[in-house]
Design a protein around this ligand. Structure first.
Ligand code: GDP
Ligand code: MG
Length: 597
């Protein structure tokens, strides 16, 4: 199709404001799918996506629409992931569009994610069409919602607003019309060298990496020789196509088109979101900037629960192929045996991988407590160790100083919760950099240690704001930190898999809480087990894990002294025999390492 008749757009919305429903309605009204093919939610087909109600991998769908002006349009709908762990993917998906539908639920009004997404769309200079949804609902307050959106950007005028019900279809026709009327056609030079943006990719074990791309200049022809400019990987475009939403092969992809290219490349790490795809022979002179490798931020050990190491290895290898931001390496632990050190974009990402292992491979894993990567500067030499496994954290006598990753956190919260949010951020060592009042919402910017926010900050933020606050993070830099390694000794033996790294100021409270929790989570033995938190060679907290049965010595039964002595002697033999910690580490034990402060 001529590029003047192409429109590339995304729908941005706060969760549950109706994005999936509207996308389905658009596909239905453009007859992209007929009702026989219809499922409840057409796009969110991965099991985990349905469980979390979020989109993990972005999708794109081509629709054809016959406008009221009699012209035929190609509408490429580009879906974006909705969680902070995937912010980079959101940003790249938007870079593939000329405009967005800013969808707001009239019963809820503008919410934190509305603001965050709006900001991203602005940064990408996109045309924004404000769409008010759920007007069929009893609680809809259209007037108030219009006011709130106007506060976001005074540029919006009364006639810009579309008022719809994605559920009943009311007003959706006007949305379809506004897309071609208001969003500009893609512009670009057909005769220039190929310049296409890779905004997503998936791995297929037969076809290799499939790249989702948007053409900006030139065109991709079937069988042409192509090159990725950042990774310098070359390949032949053996198959190119579009998603309707199923894969459909085409002969060429031209300026403005959105589609996929089967690269045949077997190494998924060779293709990264944000890379520029071009002609091998005459590459474009203007590659996209902003190219970044997906970098894991949070690490944890994965160990097989039922000793099926080989099965876990195979599953992890396959998952990492499909999700290049998920990385892994082998590791072993005295307590747990052979396993993997895995890297994730964030905690939700970790959870998703765990669930996929269960759903798709029927495998359960023990997950050790998550941590970030520390830069450990070694005393007496220039060496810097990158440590992402607390068990490998060097002894304090060898350390000169340690640096930890910092992030910039942008929190959008309703005014009512701002005090609590600020308290939470301060507790999490946040340094307030900016505060911006946007009517009913406040935007706060903090610099914070990643370790403070990587684990449960997001869920705490959600809970204190009743789900209404939102978080957007980006990596800032490494800064010197006063952190120490906390070792756990159970029954006089160090348990390497339970070690973790913590800010020194949090040690007293956290170590007390830790031993208290371990008292109830470590499976008991026939004898009491002293359990200690040890920092820099000193025990900072201790508790005795009570024995399974009553101790002979304190047992209230009437026994002769000699009988008690005899019992005690036998108990002590037991104790010595098992002095090496052979305790069973359950997931519960690892969970006691979370939320200690
Ligand atoms: P998403 O999280 O933005 O993808 O939201 P969904 O499309 O999954 O919708 C969230 C909920 O709102 C679902 O229960 C939908 O049925 C409901 N919903 C979506 N659009 C409308 C609408 O126009 N009117 C009403 N009453 N409910 C809607
Ligand atoms: Mg959805």
């Amino acid at each position: 199709m001529e590029s003047v008749n192409i429109r590339n757009f995304a729908i941005i919305a706060h969760i549950d404001h109706g994005k999936s429903t509207l996308a389905d309605r658009i596909m239905e009204m453009t007859e992209t799918v007929n009702s026989r093919e219809k499922k409840a939610q057409l796009l969110d087909d991965m099991e985990v996506e349905q469980a979390h109600g979020i989109t993990v991998k972005s999708r794109t769908v081509r629709n054809y629409y016959k406008g009221d002006d009699g012209q035929e349009y190609e509408y490429n709908f580009i879906d974006t992931p909705g969680h902070v762990d995937f912010a980079y993917e959101v940003s790249k998906s938007l870079a593939a569009c000329e405009g967005v539908l800013l969808l707001v639920d009239a019963t809820q009004g503008v919410q934190a994610q509305t603001v965050a997404n709006f900001r991203l769309a602005k940064e990408n200079n996109l045309v924004i069409i404000p769409v008010i949804n759920k007007i069929d609902s009893k609680g809809a307050d259209i007037k108030k919602t219009v006011q709130q959106i106007k506060k976001l950007d005074p540029i919006f005028e009364e006639q810009d607003f579309l008022k719809i019900s994605a559920k009943t279809g009311q007003g959706v026709h006007l949305v379809l019309e506004a897309i071609h009327q208001r969003i500009p056609a893609p512009s670009g030079d057909d005769s220039a060298s190929l310049k296409a943006l890779v905004f997503d990719s998936v791995y297929d074990s037969f076809k290799g990496v499939i790249a989702y791309i948007r053409v900006f200049d030139g065109q991709i022809k079937f069988n042409s020789k192509l090159k990725l400019m950042a990774s310098k990987e070359s390949f032949k475009a053996s198959t190119i196509g579009v998603l309707t939403p199923n894969m459909k092969t085409v002969e060429s992809l031209c300026v403005g088109d959105v589609g996929y290219v089967i690269t045949g490349i077997k190494d998924p790490k060779a293709i990264n979101v944000g890379d520029t795809l071009t002609d091998e022979k005459k590459p474009t002179k203007s590659a996209f900037p902003g190219y970044r490798k997906a970098k894991p931020m949070v690490f944890a050990g994965f160990y097989p629960k039922n000793n099926d190491y080989a099965a876990l290895k195979a599953a992890i290898e396959r998952l990492s192929l499909n999700d290049s931001s998920f990385q892994y390496g082998l590791e072993s632990s005295d307590a747990l045996g052979m396993g993997f050190r895995c890297g994730f974009l964030g905690m939700l990402h970790l959870q998703i991988i765990r669930e996929r292992l269960k759903d798709e491979y029927d495998l359960e894993v023990l997950t050790t407590s998550p941590n970030v990567t520390y830069h450990v500067h070694i005393r007496n030499n220039q060496k810097i160790m990158e440590v992402n496994n607390p068990a490998k954290f060097p002894d304090f006598s060898e350390i000169n100083y340690v640096e930890e990753p910092f992030i910039r956190a942008i929190i959008t919260t309703p005014v009512e919760s701002v005090n609590q949010v600020m308290k939470l951020a301060e507790r999490s060592k946040g340094d307030l950099k900016n505060l911006d009042n946007k009517g009913d919402l406040v935007v706060l910017e903090y610099n914070m240690p990643l370790s403070e926010i990587a684990y449960d900050f997001f869920s705490q933020l959600k809970s204190i704001s009743h789900g209404y606050a939102d978080l957007d993070t980006s990596f800032l830099n490494y800064q010197v930190a006063d952190v120490v390694k906390v070792e756990v000794h159970i029954n006089y033996a160090k348990v390497d898999a339970l070690a973790f790294v913590l800010h020194r100021q949090d040690v007293p409270k956290a170590s007390q809480n830790l031993v208290k929790k371990l008292k109830y989570s470590v499976p008991r033995k026939l004898y009491p087990m002293p359990t200690q938190a040890v920092v820099e060679g000193k025990a900072v907290a201790r508790v005795d894990i009570p024995p399974l049965r009553k101790n002979a010595a304190v047992n209230g039964e009437k026994r002769s002294i000699s009988k008690k002595k005899d019992l005690l002697r036998r108990q002590n033999i037991n104790k010595r025999q098992s002095a090496q910690s052979d305790i069973k580490l359950t997931q519960e034990v690892f969970n006691s390492l979370l939320e200690l402060k």
